[in-house]
Design a protein around this ligand. Structure first.
Ligand SMILES: Nc1ncnc2c1ncn2[C@@H]1O[C@H](COP(=O)(O)OP(=O)(O)O)[C@@H](O)[C@H]1O
Ligand SMILES: [Mg+2]
Length: 247
C-alpha cells in the first residue's frame, strides 16, 4: 500500500541536541498508525516537521509521493493534513459550534466544492456527539468535551490525514474509549490517522501499525503484537514502566 504521508530520514537538531534522528514514518489511508515512545523521544517534533512548524535539519516529508518539505503550514492544511495539539488548543471564549465553524469557513477559502460551512458544522457536531453542547462556550466545558471540540475542528477542514498528539490526555477511561470508537468510524471512511498516545490500551486497541521512537530514533516498527514483543521496545520502556502497564 502506498503511504499517503511519509517522512524519509528526517533529522531535527536543536543546537547540540538531536531530537529526531533519521526517522522514517509511513501513514496509510484507512488505518490508524501509532507513533509511541517515552517522553522527549521526539514525537511532537515529528508532528511539527510534518505540519511545517519545524524545518527539518535534513530529510523529507512526502504527501502522495510528492515532496512537501518546503511548503508552508497553510499549504499543507489545504492538501488535507490536519492536527490536534498535545496542549489543548481551542478558542475558549467561542462556542463549540463557532470553533468548528471557524475551520469550516477557513476551508471555504480554498475548497470550491460548494459546501455549506453551517451544514458541515452540523454534520460534524452530530458525528462527534457534540450537538447538545454546541452553544456552550468551550472554556466552560470539561476537558474531555473540549478535546472532542478540538478533534471536530480538525475534521472541519475535511482532512485526509489527521495527526493526533495525545488525544486522551485529560480524559477518563470512558471518554478515552469513546474517542477510540469515534476514531475508528472516521478511519473506516478512509481517513489516515497518525496517533501519538501514552495510553497503551488505546494504542494497542486502535493502531494497525506502530512506529516506536526512542531518543529520536525509530527503534521498532510493526503490528501491535510485534512491537510489544520487541526487546528493544521493552528496554526503552524499562525503568519507567513496561509497555503493557504504561498509561
Ligand atoms: N523548540 C525546541 N528547542 C529545543 N529543544 C526542543 C524543542 N522542541 C523540543 N525540544 C527537545 O527535543 C526533544 C524531543 O521533544 P518532543 O518532540 O517534544 O518529544 P515528545 O513529544 O516525544 O515528548 C526533547 O528533548 C525536547 O526537550
Ligand atoms: Mg510530545
Amino acid at each position: 500500500m502506498t503511504p499517503i504521508l511519509e517522512t524519509k530520514d528526517v533529522v531535527v537538531r536543536f543546537g547540540v541536541l538531536q531530537a529526531v534522528s533519521r526517522a522514517s514514518i509511513e501513514v496509510i489511508e484507512g488505518r490508524v498508525t501509532g507513533l509511541i515512545g517515552p517522553n522527549g523521544a521526539g514525537k511532537t517534533t515529528c508532528f511539527n516537521v510534518i505540519t511545517g512548524l519545524q524545518e527539518p535539519t535534513s530529510g523529507k516529508v512526502l504527501f502522495e509521493g510528492k515532496d512537501i518539505t518546503g511548503k508552508n503550514p497553510y499549504k499543507r492544511a489545504r492538501l488535507g493534513i490536519a492536527r490536534t495539539f498535545q496542549k489543548l488548543e481551542v478558542f475558549g471564549s467561542l462556542s463549540a459550534r463557532e470553533n468548528i465553524l471557524v475551520a469550516a469557513e477557513q476551508r471555504k477559502t480554498w475548497d470550491r466544492s460548494g459546501f455549506s460551512p453551517a451544514a458541515v458544522c452540523d454534520e460534524i457536531l452530530e458525528k462527534t456527539g457534540l450537538s447538545d453542547v454546541s452553544e456552550f462556550m468551550v472554556g466552560t466545558l470539561p476537558t474531555g468535551t473540549a478535546r472532542l471540540v478540538e478533534l471536530a475542528r480538525a475534521l472541519a477542514s475535511n482532512p485526509r490525514v489527521l495527526l493526533l498528539d495525545e488525544p486522551s490526555s485529560g480524559l477518563n477511561e470512558e471518554e478515552t474509549a469513546e474517542m477510540a470508537t469515534l476514531l475508528r468510524t472516521f478511519v473506516a471512511e478512509g481517513l489516515a490517522v497518525l496517533l501519538v498516545e501514552h495510553d497503551m490500551s488505546f494504542v494497542m486497541g486502535t493502531c494497525e501499525y506502530i512506529h516506536v521512537l526512542d531518543f529520536g530514533t525509530i527503534i521498532a516498527s510493526g503490528t501491535p503484537s510485534e512491537v510489544q514483543a520487541n526487546s528493544a521496545v521493552q528496554a526503552a520502556y524499562l525503568g519507567t514502566e513496561t509497555v503493557e502497564e504504561a498509561s
